[in-house]
Design a protein around this ligand. Structure first.
Ligand SMILES: [Zn+2]
Length: 160
């Protein structure tokens, strides 16, 4: 196995991304000491609206902060395809490991929420090297995500 290939196999596991998305390459930014991983879609193109087979239109790069590994900040550079459906026009495929407009993977957000149980917003912000407002935003939309799927209770609490 080539060194690059071994790296990608390891990263694929570390990333815990779905098999439809593949880690294709990794490089280290020595200046900022973060690791960038190129992630490509590797499945059929179907319209996210109607599920019908669609043609590839173009790609957009999405940069997502992922959980740290081996002491490095991990940045996913996701090459997200946009497809063209005859009915629904150009649509970007959803990356299942990140919310639509988030700059972070779901796993990163889950980790932040875990830390917030025992640490202050400022302490978590410092730990992951992002702004406190970014941490607060993650908290807000992850709460929204979990309450959206939990049944409503009239006492204002949501069951887990
Ligand atoms: Zn469609």
């Amino acid at each position: 196995m080539e060194e690059q290939e071994i790296l990608c196999t390891i990263y694929q596991e570390v990333l815990s991304i779905t098999p439809e998305w593949k880690a294709m390459g990794a490089w280290k930014d020595d200046e900022r000491s973060d690791v960038h991983i190129r992630v490509e879609y590797a499945n059929r193109y179907v319209c996210p609206e109607c599920g019908k087979e669609a043609k590839l239109h173009d790609h957009r790069i999405r940069r997502l902060r992922h959980v740290d590994a081996c002491g490095n900040q991990m940045i996913l550079e996701v090459n997200v395809p946009r497809i063209k459906c005859p009915e629904h026009k150009a649509k970007q495929l959803d990356a299942p490991f990140a919310e639509k407009h988030s700059m972070y993977t779901k796993l990163f957000e889950t980790r932040v929420i875990e830390w917030l149980k025992t640490m202050s917003v400022n302490a978590v912000a410092k730990k992951v090297n992002i702004g406190w407002d970014a941490v607060d935003n993650i908290r807000k939309h992850v709460v929204k995500r979990s309450t959206a799927s939990a049944p409503y209770r009239p006492d204002g609490h949501t069951s887990q």
